[in-house]
Design a protein around this ligand. Sequence first.
Ligand SMILES: [Zn+2]
Length: 456
Amino acid sequence: MRLSEIIYELSPIFLQNFFCSLEGGKIYRRRFSENFFNIFETIKERDRLPKEELETLKVKRMRKQLILAYENSAYYKKLFNRHMFDPYGFESFESLRSLPILHKEQLQENIEPFLNHEIAPIESVTIHTSGTTGAGLIFPVTKACENEQWALWWRYRTNLGIMFDTWCANFGGKVIVPIKQTKPPFHRIIKPFRQVSFSMYHLGPKTVKEYVNTINKKRLEWIHGFPSTLSYLASLMLEQKLSFDHPISWVTIGAESLLPHQKEIIKKAFGIYPKQHYGLSEPVANISECEYGSLHVDEDFAHIEFIPLDDESNQYRIVGTSFANDALLFLRYCTNDIVTLPKEPKRCPCGRAGRVVEEIEGRRYDSIVQKDGSKIMILGHIFRDMVHIREVQIRQDASGFVTFFIVRSKDYTSEDEELLRSEIEMRFRIDYAIEYVEKIEKTDRGKLRLVISELA
Ligand SMILES: [Zn+2]
C-alpha cells in the first residue's frame, strides 16, 4: 500500500471527501482543458458527416499517423520498409492488410521501438490498463489524444441529453471507501466531477438500502458504472423490494460489455434500459449507442477492422488503429474484444453514416463470492499496473476462497507478488492462494476466461 493510501484510510470521512475533490480537481483540469472544449466542438460537428466526407477525413488522419510513425519510430520504419509500404502515398484502408496485426504482448515485451520520440514527455500522459486477460500495459498518449477521447465520450453522453453539470451516481472500480470500514456512508463526493462515487466493494444485502437512500436523498438522475455492479445493485433492490423515489433519466455503463440478462434486471429495478458504449484505454476503437438504440462505430476517431472469428457465425474480433495518438501508433492493434455484426448492413433512423454493430460481446467478467457471502466483480481491475503478469485466471471452488493462477513474464519478481497480495487484500474479503503455472487453458474461441467458478 502506498503512503498516500494509508493516510487516506486513516483520515476521517470529511477529509477523505476533501482529498477526493482535491485529486478530482487535478484530473478535472487536465481532462477539461480549453483544448478539450475546442476538440469537443470539432467532434460534435464530425458526428453527422456524410459518408464521402467521413471517408476523406479518415484517410487524411490515417496518413498523418502513418507518416509520424514512419519518421519517428524505429519499429515502424523497419516494418514499412520490409513490407514496401508507402505511408506518404496512403489512399485506401485495404492496403493496411499487407501489414501484420499488432498484439499487446509485443508492446509488453518492449514498447521502446514503437514510441514516437519526437513527442516531449510534457505533451503526453501515461496510461495504465488491465485489459481483458488481466495482463497490464503501460503506454503514453498525448494530451490531445486524451482530450479527444473524452470529447468523444462526452459527445455520446450529450447526444443522450446528459449535460456537463449533471450529477452522477458513479459505481467504478476504485477503492474509494476503505475496505475495513463497515459503517455507512459507502460513498464519497468528488465535487469537480459532480460525482457521488459509490464503493462497489461494500455493496451487499446488508448495505444496499443505504445506497438506494443516498441516491434518493441526493435525487441523482444519472447512474453510471460497471454493468456487473449495476446489475448486482438492481438484483439486490428487487430482492428487497427497494426502489428509487424519482425517475432515473440515464443509466450508462463502462469498462465491461453488457450482458442481456443484466440489461433486463437493470430495466426492472431502475425503470430504464442502460445505454451502451464501447471504448478502451488504448485509443484504437470506439462504439456508441445513439438515441435510437443502435450501436454506431465512431468512424472519425479510429479505424476499426472486423476480423471474422470463423466462417459460420457473425462474430468478429475488433482490430483497431488509432488516429489520435501521436505518441504511439497502435497500428492494427488486436483488442481481443468481439462483436456481432448484423447479417445485412444496417441503417439507423438517426442517419449517422458509419457502420452499425448488432451486439458488443466484448469483455465479460464474472464474480466471486466473499467470506461474508457477498458477491464481487470486475476483477480485471486489480491487475492494472502489473505488467509482469502475462496471464491470470481466478478459480473459485469454495465460498470465500479463491486461487489465483498466474503466468509470469521473465521480469516478474517477489515485489510483483507483494504488490499482487496487497491489491487482493485491499479489495476482497477472501482467503486465497497464488499458484504459478506455465500456461492457462483458453476457451474454444481462444478467449481467456478471467474467472472460473465452481459455485452454483
Ligand atoms: Zn443511430
